[in-house]
Design a protein around this ligand. Structure first.
Ligand SMILES: [Zn+2]
Length: 304
């Protein structure tokens, strides 16, 4: 199966392994708040990214010194499910994240864990890996991270604002809360910030290609418009010449106009410049245009 743009971006993000313990904890924190389930009973992370699946055990080992109770074979097709069900492990993880397992208070972004900028970036990498996706820029510009916890979405929003330029929009979606970006340059910046500059560049390249194609298309449409204008004018001229013939006045026209009419009749699809060349003596394009316009006027006069 071909890897999606989103999958490639995640693979790139996964190449950044947090060296500092604070960042490993922050990244796991992001994963936990944006994963499928983080409760006192169970932690469940489902992903299609092989790279993320490879990173997860090492990350949890470094941050919490715990192993997953259920983990998939990386060779397994489709979605991969990681789970921790052991209550003691979950209690330890909850406490490391600043929560009490007995506490039923909704999960939130525990600010001390993401105080330093290095940890903020790690937290967002985790959030993107667990709950994020980015659309193939050939199809559109959309990056989002989704969580089931409302306060987490709001607090992440504030966190992003604190980082400066990253201004995401927020929306509610069935059973969840989404932060998203629709502008190509902001998506590119965000991916680069997460440690995926190649994917970020991919957005910009796709945008440039699209703009170039649009420009070419516009030019073609423009040529078409000109071409149809030329055809319309020629048809009007031919109709006028036919009229003059019917009325028996074509041969009585001044010599210059007669010459122009004969040339147009013989060359119905020729451009003005070509007809101008055929005059004897050859004349300029505007002069040719003038003669043909005169012919149309004559026909109108004559048919009154
Ligand atoms: Zn850190």
């Amino acid at each position: 199966m071909a890897i999606s743009f989103s999958g490639a971006a995640k693979a790139e993000v996964c190449r950044v392994f947090p060296n500092r313990p604070c960042c490993a904890l922050a990244e796991c924190f992001g994963i936990l708040l944006y994963c499928n389930s983080f409760t006192a009973d169970s932690i469940k992370i489902i992903t299609e990214s092989r790279e993320f699946a490879q990173l997860l055990p090492a990350l949890f080992k470094k941050a919490f010194n715990v192993c997953f109770d259920i983990f998939p074979s990386l060779e397994a097709p489709g979605k991969l499910v990681f789970q921790i069900t052991d209550e003691e492990k979950i209690a330890h993880i909850m406490e490391s994240c600043g929560f009490s397992p007995d506490d039923t208070v909704a999960l939130h972004v525990n600010l001390p864990l993401v105080e330093d900028d290095c940890c903020k970036a790690a937290f967002l990498r985790g959030a993107f890996l667990a709950g994020g996706s980015v659309t193939d820029p050939g199809k559109g510009y959309h990056l989002e991270i989704a969580t089931t916890h409302k306060s987490v979405a709001m607090e992440t929003y504030v966190l992003l604002r604190e980082l400066g330029d990253i201004n995401m929009k927020s929306a509610r979606r069935s059973g969840g809360h989404v932060l998203y970006i629709k502008q190509s340059d902001l998506i590119s910046d965000f991916l680069t910030f997460l440690g995926a500059p190649v994917a970020g560049m991919g957005i910009i390249t796709a945008k440039l290609e699209k703009e170039l194609n649009n420009k070419v298309n516009r030019r073609c449409n423009c040529d078409d418009a000109n071409a149809s204008k030329v055809v319309e004018a020629a048809q009007e001229q031919l109709a006028a010449i036919r009229k003059l013939e019917e009325l028996g006045v074509l041969d009585k026209l001044p010599a210059k106009l007669h010459q122009a009419a004969v040339a147009r009749k013989k060359h119905p699809y020729s451009a003005l410049s070509e007809l101008a060349e055929l005059m004897d003596p050859p004349i300029s394009k505007p002069a040719m245009n003038h003669r043909l316009k005169k012919l149309v006027e004559y026909a109108k006069e004559a048919s009154k």
